[in-house]
Design a protein around this ligand. Structure first.
Ligand SMILES: [Zn+2]
Length: 471
């Protein structure tokens, strides 16, 4: 039998139930699926990859992003969420066109593939044009990624009360959003490698009425409801004042908790709220770098893991400054260890679970992806360990987690197809994507107006850019 792809002689970190690591292992792939894993597999293959001295691992899963923000990294930085949003982010992103949306997704897709990410879940609420999310989804599809696209629903505001602001171009009426969510679901759910979820922004962003309709629609369509919960401390005060409950408690009352409830950030939770999540099978996407960078705090991940809650990892938006999930995973471990004064608070094995099989569980995709096992889709990566920072190896998994970088990934495979081979991305033109992204960024800053351009051009004294003291 001649198969499509055979990967030979690698250290295969399977992430199967036994968490086997097979030294000098082979992986056989046919029609996008893994058909055999083991030593000395005897197959003829159309293509064979020699993985000697290399690690073969399940592709990484980025469980939460806002890829439109890939165009605004470095515009305003080292600032709290609010001034950053109002002074820098909104004037720029409120002008996004479908072409910009496409350019942002292509840039993100390029970086994701180059960092060994095979599944991306993007929360897209930037409906300045309803076509935006379609352009983004098409880019991910054509790039060959697996995607869970979260259709964002915001009918009140985003990060504040200023509904009348000219920048709130992403806010749409309830009826429009519900109809558009249905249309988008019909177009893309279970199409190729894409699934759809519904994504209320936060308790602040969405009216009670739309929140209830979103929960109803998610039940009807049998899809995940994915939302920002208790990420920043102020949101708990807002929800408490408005509804007399903490953030997660309120989502629980509304029916968003349960196996199809996916909570982003989940930093400021009470012990009772963690119990609610554990008892209802609610999932979490932890964004340690964004949470740290924005001064949100450190989510109680080791507590959640000890209660059996499925936790995945995400980058969130521009605040992570990277799609390198190894960097994100390492931050997750370090922050727990340091804050708990406990070197075992989160282990390398737990980080790898969050990056792969548990990330897949969070998205409800663990029957398809997240481990190297017979019957699963062949979503996997090969990392070259013939490098000074990766030798001597000792144990493969902790060395991968603590020393490897996204740039050590040399091949990225999704559903048996090589998206990157020897660091060259095959499904996107790197030069064209970068040129388009730079042009989009320039156009957005231009259209954002004089105030934004003045802010960005301000002098840079010793203490940092001058705007930091005036925002
Ligand atoms: Zn987010």
């Amino acid at each position: 039998m001649t198969i499509d792809l055979l990967i030979k002689n690698g250290a295969v970190i399977t992430m199967n139930d036994k968490r086997e690591v097979i030294e000098h292992g082979d992986v056989a792939i046919q029609k996008g699926e893994i058909i055999a894993v083991g030593r000395n597999l005897e197959y003829e293959a159309l293509k064979t990859i020699d993985a000697g001295g290399k690690v073969v691992a399940p592709g990484f899963i980025n469980g939460h992003s806002h890829v439109y923000q890939s165009l605004i990294e470095g515009i305003g930085y080292d600032m709290h969420f609010d001034p950053w949003n109002w002074r820098f982010l909104f004037p720029v992103v409120s002008k996004i066109t479908p072409e910009d949306a496409q350019a942002s997704a292509a840039l993100a897709a390029l970086e994701l593939i180059k960092n060994g990410v095979t599944t991306i879940s993007d929360h897209w609420y930037l409906h300045t044009h309803m076509e935006n999310i379609y352009r983004v989804t098409e880019v991910f599809d054509q790039a060959g990624l697996r995607a869970q696209m979260v259709f964002g629903l915001l009918d009140q505001t985003f990060a504040g009360e200023r509904i009348d602001s000219e920048y709130m171009t992403m806010i749409q009426k309830e009826e429009t959003l519900v109809n558009e969510a249905r249309r988008y679901h019909q177009a893309w759910h279970n199409c190729n490698r894409t699934t759809i979820a519904l994504g209320p922004g936060s308790t602040e962003d969405i009216s009670e009425s739309l929140m209830r309709k979103t929960v109803e629609l998610a039940r009807e369509l049998d899809v995940n409801v994915s939302t920002h919960v208790a990420g920043w401390i102020e949101i708990n005060s807002y929800t408490m004042k408005r509804f007399g409950e903490r953030d997660l408690e309120h989502f629980h009352s509304l029916g968003l908790t349960g196996p199809k409830g996916v909570m982003f950030h989940a930093v400021w939770l009470s012990d009772r709220e963690i119990e609610i999540m554990a008892n209802t099978g609610t999932k979490v996407v932890h964004c340690p770098v964004a949470n740290a960078y924005l001064g949100y705090g450190i989510a109680p991940i080791s507590h959640m893991l000890s209660r059996g809650i499925a936790v995945g990892l995400g980058t969130d938006g521009a605040a992570s400054y990277t799609y390198d999930m190894l960097e994100v995973g390492r931050a997750a471990a370090m922050l727990q260890k340091a804050s708990k004064l406990d070197a075992e608070a989160v282990t390398a094995e737990e980080v790898m679970e969050m990056l792969t099989i548990n990330g897949a569980k969070v998205l409800g995709l663990d029957q398809q992806t997240g481990s190297i096992e017979i019957g699963k889709k062949a979503d996997l990566i090969v990392l070259d360990f013939n490098a000074p920072h990766l030798l001597p190896v000792g144990r493969w998994l902790p060395k991968l987690i603590y020393s490897a970088r996204g740039s050590d990934v040399i091949h990225t495979v999704v559903e048996g197809k090589l998206l990157m081979e020897d660091r060259k991305v095959l499904t996107l033109s790197e030069e064209e994507v970068i040129a388009q992204a730079l042009a989009s960024r320039e156009g957005l800053v231009e259209r954002a107006g004089q105030e934004t351009r003045d802010l960005l051009a301000m002098p840079w004294p010793k203490s940092g850019p001058a705007w930091r003291s005036i925002v």
